[in-house]
Structure formats: C-alpha cells, structure tokens
Design a protein around this ligand. Sequence first.
Ligand code: SAM
Ligand code: SF4
Length: 332
Amino acid sequence: MTTDSQLIDRFGRRVTYVRMSVTDRCDFRCVYCMSEDMQFLPRAQILTLEELATLGRAFTELGVDKIRITGGEPLVRSNVMTLFQSLGALPGLRELVMTTNGSQLPRYAESLRRAGVRRLNISLDSLDPDRFHRITRTGKLAKVLEGIEAAREAGFDRIKINTVAMKNRNDDEILDLVDFVVARGLDISFIEEMPLGEIDDHDRAEVYMSSDEVRERISTRYSLVPSTATTGGPSRYFKVSGTDSKVGFISPHSHNFCESCNRVRVTTEGRLLLCLGQEHSVDLRRVLRAHPGELEPVKQAIRDAMAIKPKGHDFNLAAKPVIMRHMNMTGG
Ligand code: SAM
Ligand code: SF4
C-alpha cells in the first residue's frame, strides 16, 4: 500500500487517528452518556459494515495508522466481528483498538484478539454492584468483571479501564479502582465528564471532579511519576511506582488537549466530525452512497475536510449544552 498523502489541518496538526462509532445503540444507559429514554437511529441512517470497512481503507490510505472502534456499544452491533476482521487485515494500520462497556467480552474477547485488536479500553465506574447498576441503569457488574477476565485471558497487549470521575457518585472508589488495576497489571484513565447532550440524571457541573483532585486522592496511597508514555490519545499518563500500571487523566476542562489533537471521528451516521466539542463536520455517508464501492471520492472528501478542523473545543459545564449530540452518537 502507498500512503498517498498525509492529512494535515490548518494548524499543522497531522491526523493519524480515527474513532469510528459503529452503532448508537447500547445495552447500558449510563447516566452521564444518555437520558433514560433514548431514541435510536433507524437502520437506513447508520453506515453499513461494508461502508465502515471502506472508510477504514480510505483513512489508512491517507496515512491514518490507528483506528478505534466505539459506539454506543460496538459489540451489540450484529455481525460486527466481520468489520474487525476487515479492518484487522488492512495494510498500514498499526493499531486497531476498541472502547467497550465489557458486557459482551465473555463472548467476544478471543475473536477480537484473533481479528487483530491489540488493546482494549473497558469502562468501569464502580466496583459496587448496586452502584454500578445505578450508574449504568441496566448493567450487571458481575458480567463486566467476567468480561475483563476474558480479555485478560485472551492476551491483549494492554487493557485500560476508563472511569468517569463524579463527585458524590463514585469519588470514594477512586483508590479501590486503582487497587483493582494494580492487582491485575492493567491501566486506568479517569475522565472529566463532558457536556455532550442533555441528560436527566444530574447537573454535570455539580458532580464535576477535576483530574487534579483525582490525582491528589490517588497520591494518598500511591506514588505517581509523570510518564512520557502516550497512546496517541488525549490521556496524560503517570506510572504507578513499583507496579506495572499507569494512571491516565483525560481532562477536557482542566488541561485542554486540543493543541496536540491528532484525531477525527466518524459518527454512527457517517458524519466526519472534526472536533468532539464542535459541530464542524462532513457528510461522508452521502459521498459513500453516491459512489458505492469507490475509494477516491471519499478520500477526497476526507482530504478536503482538513480545512475545517477547528482549533479546539470550548466546553462550559455551567451553560446549557451547546452540543446536543450524546456521546453514544459520537463515540468516546
Ligand atoms: N459503550 C462503550 C463504553 O462505554 O466504553 C463505548 C462508547 S462510550 C460513549 C466511550 C467512553 O465515553 C466511555 O468510557 C464513557 O465512560 C465515556 N463517556 C460517555 N459519556 C461521557 C461524557 N458525557 N463525558 C465524558 N465521558 C463520557
Ligand atoms: Fe453505553 Fe458506553 Fe454510553 Fe454507557 S458510556 S451508555 S456503555 S455507550
């Protein structure tokens, strides 16, 4: 394969990483991500698995070397394993990774590894079954813990837990969650909640917990050493001294990461989103459907889109959400 061009935006940032949301549906209804009563998209509006595979090929031919599959919950999409197999076989793709809630991993962990998925991010906000159920509204902790074990046995290069830190919701479990990853040789990232979509459970500003507060809490038990490690994403990492684990912080509010942004997203409907916190986008589904099976038109649309990648996001928890998209549409 030849990398026939690089995707470079107006600010000189090179785009090498794409996150694709393969479904807006999910078996959970996490309180920060969705409202309780969600309307999901009709099937005709979401990209087919073939269209997603075509996009994967187009991006890698443009120099993208990392693809993250996300959602919604990627593993609830039927036949999604065929997509992993097509993407896993793409020349030029250095890393195929996925973010999942873990509920379907007991069934799929091994096939994912075989398809070429190298690393997994698994979301886990609580180790208490009742609280886990309250936060996810439908989730069963035991199933997710079983999923994490299945992933460990399948031999992924690295498994990282993702935790949205929320004051008075799960902040008393921060140390327990770090203990959990340290005992298993996993990593963990703590995420500051982002104002994406209207939710009915809580006031986002009220539960907001900054990464610095989380870090202070962890420092009461562990020594955190700043690390230069990067997975090419927005996390800032610290090594947990004397262990194999790293702790990361995704801090869209307190440490803006836009300057080094190397990524774009494709929503479930095939909208190429140039920034998580802005609406600048290009309709790739229209291009794909106007030229079925052709690569060049969609590659050109992606190249052209670099001209509208915004400088950065502008999140404000105190204001009403400007971004009406919920995270399940965009993909985390
Ligand atoms: N369903 C999968 C999961 O939960 O891992 C993948 C999609 S989910 C949208 C991806 C990540 O986004 C999860 O780690 C979740 O905790 C995070 N997330 C969802 N809504 C968020 C919000 N409003 N602010 C910050 N993180 C959020
Ligand atoms: Fe589903 Fe993930 Fe959103 Fe939770 S965060 S509702 S698991 S898409």
